[in-house]
Design a binder for this molecule. Structure first.
Ligand SMILES: *Cc1c(COP(=O)(O)O)cnc(C)c1O
Length: 403
């Protein structure tokens, strides 16, 4: 793929500027080296690239559409807005792009078992699906609190033949699930591949996830040029760990006139302390093997997070986003729960598309900042997933508000 250009790669130690690297126990250094070598060889192999591409096309439903949201745009008196429809990908979000890629890599490395962590359950479902498709054993770590909030996805994973392992440590959410998955990996590293769900973790994971998610931006670039004859003014995507956003942004990296806007989960507002905006509200630290912006308390302990969307509820962010922030290549903003809910409602009503609550943060950003763009500006917004999984939660919130 086109993105594998020299100056967009991390250095040999896995650093993007001052961020990234590999902060892991010694037992994992060998396995990470094996994955790095295996990944680099795989993406040089035409047959591996073809295999990935064939599954993305025949199984995951790619390419996904680029759809101009005309009624949404006129309702908010905004610029031209094109939605990159990752909600139409198999299993309902962009997560499948990376899950297929990493499971194929696992097979190529001779592994029979994959493990994954999941928060909202989207990455767990995507990995369980890819594992079923490719005949791999699959175990998914999930915090007990998330198991309660996302019962439907838990059942989906079980239907797909995966084992769901409840995690009862810490806040019993995504960060604790990652800790447990890493523990499993250390123990079973000979037979097991750890399929990480976002552009986070120790080198080479952020690079691997970027590579497999760049299909989003590569397609979007071709599609926007075909639809409008020019490059977009800006790209907008929500940022949890940062995989759908890096996938959209990366192929435009050298197109300096294309602005990148990453939208973090502002929760109840940055000043409330109840949010998950790691770039805007965090400090430099190390979490899950990588150096990046981390939400932490005054003692440097990882802070509790809050977001209406489980998929953005993570106290860290991928190191390449930290680098984009630091170097000024991308701008980051935060959108509160209530603005995201407004985005959720307005897009549903104007376009007949119910977006995931995560994606609704990107929509909410455009809704609130419509006036800052010219009518002739062209925005590409990553609609990272569909909202079916969120309708119960939204109903509960709306009921609580009116009662
Ligand atoms: C997981 C998820 C996200 C957040 O993850 P990123 O790695 O930041 O993309 C966003 N949207 C949807 C629909 C998700 O499932």
């Amino acid at each position: 793929m086109k993105i594998y250009k020299k100056n967009q790669l991390p250095d040999k130690n896995g650093y993007f500027g001052p961020f990234g690297g590999r902060f892991v126990p010694e037992t994992l250094v060998g396995p990470l080296n094996e994955i790095e070598r295996g990944f680099k060889a795989a993406i040089k192999s035409a047959s591996f690239r073809k295999e990935v591409n064939d599954y993305l096309t025949s199984y995951a439903g790619r390419p996904t559409e680029l759809f101009e949201a005309r009624r949404f745009s006129s309702a908010i008196r905004g610029p031209r807005i094109f939605l990159k429809r990752e909600d139409l990908a198999h299993t309902g979000s962009h997560k499948i792009n990376n899950a297929i890629g990493q499971c194929l890599l696992a097979k190529r490395l001779g592994k029979k078992r994959v493990i994954a962590e999941t928060g909202a359950g989207q990455h767990g479902v995507a990995t369980a699906s890819a594992a079923a498709l490719l005949g791999l054993k699959c175990a998914v770590y999930m915090g007990e609190e998330d198991i309660r909030r996302q019962a439907l996805n838990v059942f989906r994973m079980k239907l797909l033949g995966a084992e769901v392992i409840p995690v009862s440590s810490g806040t019993r959410t995504l960060k604790d699930a990652i800790n447990e998955a890493m523990r499993d990996w250390v123990t079973n590293v000979r037979t097991t591949f750890y399929c990480i769900g976002s552009a986070i973790g120790a080198h080479p994971y952020p690079l691997i996830v970027k590579y497999f998610q760049s299909v989003i931006g590569n397609e979007a670039k071709r599609q926007i040029l075909k639809a409008t004859g020019r490059l977009p003014s800006a790209l907008v995507a929500c940022v949890g760990g940062g995989s759908n956003s890096i996938g959209l942004f990366a192929p435009f990296y050298f197109d300096k006139k294309v602005r990148f806007i990453g939208v973090e989960a502002g929760g109840r507002g940055i000043s409330s302390g109840e949010h998950a905006a790691s770039i805007l509200g965090g400090r430099v630290g190390v979490l899950h093997g990588t150096k990046s912006y981390i939400l932490q308390d005054s003692n440097g302990q990882v802070a509790a997070t809050h977001s209406v969307s489980a998929g953005l509820d993570y106290p860290g962010v991928g190191p390449e986003h930290a680098f984009f922030k630091w170097s000024g290549r991308a701008d980051y903003a935060a959108v509160t729960d209530s603005v995201a809910l407004e985005g959720f409602r307005v897009l549903s009503e104007t376009e007949g598309i119910i977006p995931a609550l995560e994606s609704s943060h990107a929509i909410g950003y455009v809704l609130k900042n419509a006036r800052r763009f010219k009518k002739t500006d062209i925005l590409v917004l990553c609609l990272s997933g569909r909202g079916d999984k969120d309708v119960d939660e939204v109903e509960r919130i709306l009921k609580a508000r009116t009662s």
